[in-house]
Design a protein around this ligand. Structure first.
Ligand code: ATP
Ligand code: MG
Length: 229
């Protein structure tokens, strides 16, 4: 993104002059204190909010100027794990995951094969017929991730994906996101959890009051590239 600003009506800007380039296949942590603009930045990429100013290129296309009718096409390529996008409580796990495919109009039979495949990927094929509330917190979060992945997106945006989980489940979810990244998906994870960032050693972009104040490669990654390991 280039020179991106976002101001919600009546407020000072939530993002100011953001310049950020995420390469295809990268894994990036987005961090910073509460109110720094992490969620806002992810929402701009998903076109859930519109930038006030600037350019946001996703796959070479400037989505800051995108037509309303083109947004669903953009979203086929982006999977999201957002806090305000909950599982449907009265639908099975499989239906919840299939929901994304219904939206894009994939035929049902083809869709269910894909649902089974992605549930297997997150280790929940045996829970396909269960209702979300019958699952543990970690399992529910894996369903949310399966729903985000079912379209085979090129980009996965995750906003505090381990927010309510205990340390063991946090590791489980993070390992899953890393595995998704290894398979080629670009992954951006917003988190204020410093221990997570320390443990995973990935590129980390830090926001404060709507500004990028640091952008560091994972230290280990940097050392590996220098041939020290
Ligand atoms: N829908 C909205 N309308 C008005 N202001 C908003 C809206 N969403 C966010 N803001 C404001 O934008 C700023 C950045 O919020 P944002 O949610 O992006 O922060 P964050 O870094 O995700 O914080 P947290 O760690 O608490 O999730 C805050 O000052 C917030 O009050
Ligand atoms: Mg947030």
């Amino acid at each position: 993104m280039f020179h991106v600003y976002k101001a919600y009506p009546g407020d000072p800007p939530s993002l100011s002059d953001i310049n950020l380039h995420v390469r295809k296949g990268e894994f990036v942590f987005l961090t910073g204190p509460s109110g720094a603009g992490k969620t806002t930045l992810l929402k701009l990429v998903f076109c859930a909010e519109k930038a006030t100013k600037g350019q946001i290129l996703v796959g070479g296309r400037n989505i800051a100027r995108i037509r309303e009718s083109a947004i669903p096409y953009l979203r086929r390529n982006i999977g999201v794990v957002f806090q305000d996008f909950k599982l449907l409580p009265h639908r099975t796990v499989a239906d919840n995951v299939a929901f994304t495919l219904d939206v894009v109009g994939m035929p049902r039979r083809e869709g269910m094969a894909r649902v089974t495949q992605v549930l297997k990927q997150v280790g929940l094929e045996h829970k396909a017929g269960s209702l979300p509330l019958r699952l543990s917190g970690g399992e529910q979060q894996r369903v949310v991730i399966a729903r985000a992945l079912v379209n085979d997106p090129t980009i996965l945006l995750a906003d505090e994906p381990t927010g309510n989980l205990d340390p063991a489940l946090t590791v489980e979810i993070m390992d899953l996101l890393c595995a998704v990244n290894v398979r080629g998906t670009t992954v951006v994870v917003a988190t204020h959890d410093a221990s997570l960032i320390a443990r995973y050693d990935k590129r980390t972009v830090r926001l404060e009051r709507g500004l990028i104040v640091a952008d560091q490669d994972g230290a280990k990654a940097a050392r590996r590239m220098a041939g020290a390991e």
